[in-house]
Design a protein around this ligand. Sequence first.
Ligand code: FES
Ligand SMILES: [Fe+2]
Length: 346
Amino acid sequence: MFLRNAWYVAAWDREIGRQPLARTILGEPLVFYRKADGTAVALEDRCCHRHLPLSMGRIEGDDLRCGYHGLRFDALGHCVEIPGQAQIPPDARIASYPLVERFNWVWIWMGDPARADPALIPNWWWADHPEWACAKPDMIHVACNYQLINDNVLDVTHLVYVHASSIGNPAINDFPATTERQGNLVRLTRWILDRPAPPMYQAAGKFAGNVDRWQIVEHVPPCFSINFAGCADAGTGAPTGNIVDGIELMALSAPTPETERSTHYFFAFPRKFGLNDPALDKVFNVDFVNVFREDVAVLEAQQRAMERNPFAPSISIKVDAAPMAARRVLQGMIDAERPVRLTEPG
Ligand code: FES
Ligand SMILES: [Fe+2]
């Protein structure tokens, strides 16, 4: 069950062009392409004649022609031509979906189109701001439910075990995190004070001694997380907002459900240091992606284990506070979207 009335990241803008792109989102096969003026289009990927995926057809002008019997559909999903036939039945149409391009992502709304307000797209301005460099690596396909990724991002203790060689170190476990909720937003905050920097931070910041490090994750449903991260020389005032010679970075995470058991994992890494440093570009475009791939191995193994035994009990521990809060918020929103069922009396 997915939240319908929400924006999701459908693709990087560079993925959509003048060839049809097939992609399943929220369990529904879709086809994406660009009109002649560059406007992106999303249609149901199923011809209303005999169900051939339209992604197997071809783009003609602003329209998409089915590759089987040649029905031609416009960008709103209306059939505008049936070869060899003048009459077009009124129900010869397929679904089309609102799209918005922002931060180099193409966002899709698959709920009630009347509620598709672009102001509801998360304001991830760092991705486009000149004072930040932002790595925008390719999406990773992950064979797991997207909520496992939400859980993963909201639990920063896994860095100690999954990312020990890069962004994890044992100091994390010495400092408890706090979880807060503000409306639908769940925030996890952890400060690690006066401890060595983890390997990748040390390589980037060349710190002389210990650092004060922050891990602050803000999550809003259905699947948007900002992980504010960084560190500065210990005792120079980072916890009170005075960041001197530190490194500030973040991970923007947008795991879009493909199906109940698979996800298109979109992410980007803004940083506020070394803006024109190609070596750092490589760190964020390659090394950080490899850090995420460490997560993918864990997430897919988790999904497989859960599918093997869906009724196996699991326990909850302290680090689950933020992930569980996020799951409760999302479930409440999904429940609120369901049609009310009336029970028959007697
Ligand atoms: S299946 Fe598309 S035109 Fe026949
Ligand atoms: Fe991770």
